[in-house]
Design a protein around this ligand. Structure first.
Ligand code: MLT
Length: 308
């Protein structure tokens, strides 16, 4: 009997597979995961649980880690590989939800949705605020993988012009997405009215959009980060909003989640914030649960052909 622990909140679907014992304990405290891990052959997480050396060492039976989502940046891949633990993700399931949240942030930032909401609730009926139309504006997308390509498609439905920068994908991705290719990040930054990032967090993308890059954007640009905290440097973004260089921004992710109460972005003006909700739709969670549980069970049974 293979034993599997799901320690983060998701919709795992049916748990009664012959030959497997699956425990679903959403939002399990880390101490409890560490204490119970010796019983399990596989662990399934979302982004909440940090799978580091300490956690891997706590599970001598562990053979597979499943990440219910796309990004595996909360998992120490090197330590897992040294211990012979296979890491799998669910690359297909959240993409539409994540892309739709990025579009929601573009619209919310352009029209000051949360600002107007807060003012109205505070008893201020402010109809003087002027927003920005998306139609005929240029959207810059950094990262034209699965999610970036869906954002490009939806943005064209809003009649935006799309330009993208991604040195790692073939020309056909740009053709399929209907996006003009920028040869460099600088070339992209200097021509866009809106910027959205859709790369994984790696050493290369950590802080990729910093103070220098934000300064290259036109005055009055809008920036959205629904990918990973610190791809857009958090202090630099707060500074660009404070100075009025940016019109507004939308953020779904932070380097450390949840952000500390004194985080500079929490006080920045014209910023719409959501709490890492990109994958949080009923549809995505149903698909993610089915995809990651299916992949982990197949790997435990010996089919490792679909590794991350
Ligand atoms: C992802 O990487 O797909 C998301 O961040 C998943 C999540 O919400 O945990």
């Amino acid at each position: 009997m293979h034993r599997v622990l799901i320690c983060d909140e998701m919709n795992p679907g049916p748990l009664d597979y012959p030959g497997f014992h699956i425990d679903y304990i959403p939002n399990m405290p880390r101490e409890d995961v560490l204490a119970r891990l010796p019983e399990y052959d596989a662990l399934i997480t979302r982004s909440r649980t940090r799978v580091d050396l300490e956690l891997l060492e706590a599970g001598p039976r562990l053979r597979v880690i499943g990440r219910g989502g796309v990004g595996v940046d909360n998992i120490d891949l090197e330590a897992a590989s040294r211990r012979g633990v296979l890491v799998l993700n669910a690359p297909e399931s959240n993409n539409v939800s994540a892309a739709e949240l990025a579009i929601a942030h573009l619209l919310a930032a352009a029209r000051g949705l949360t600002r107007s909401d807060a003012k109205t609730r505070a008893g201020v009926w402010d109809r003087k605020y002027l927003g920005i139309e998306l139609k005929d504006k240029t959207l810059g997308i950094v990262g034209l993988g699965r999610i970036g390509s869906i954002v490009a498609n939806r943005a064209q439905g809003l009649r935006m012009n799309v330009v993208a920068f991604d040195p790692y994908v073939p020309e056909s991705n740009f053709e399929r997405a209907g996006a003009r290719r920028a040869a460099t990040l600088e070339e992209l930054l200097t021509q866009v009215d809106f910027l959205t990032v859709h790369t994984p967090l790696t050493e290369e993308t950590d802080g990729m959009i910093g103070a220098r890059e934000l300064a290259l954007l036109k005055k009055g640009a809008i920036v959205v980060n629904a990918a990973r905290g610190n791809i857009v440097d958090e202090r630099a973004l707060a500074g660009a909003l404070e100075s009025g260089h940016l019109f507004a921004a939308g953020i779904d992710v932070f380097r450390d989640e949840p952000p500390a109460p004194d985080h500079p972005l929490l006080k920045a003006p014209n910023l719409n914030i959501t709490a890492h909700l990109g994958a949080n739709t009923f549809e995505a969670q149903e698909r993610v649960g089915a995809e990651i549980v299916g992949r982990v069970l197949a790997a435990l049974e010996g089919d490792v052909s679909r590794g991350a």
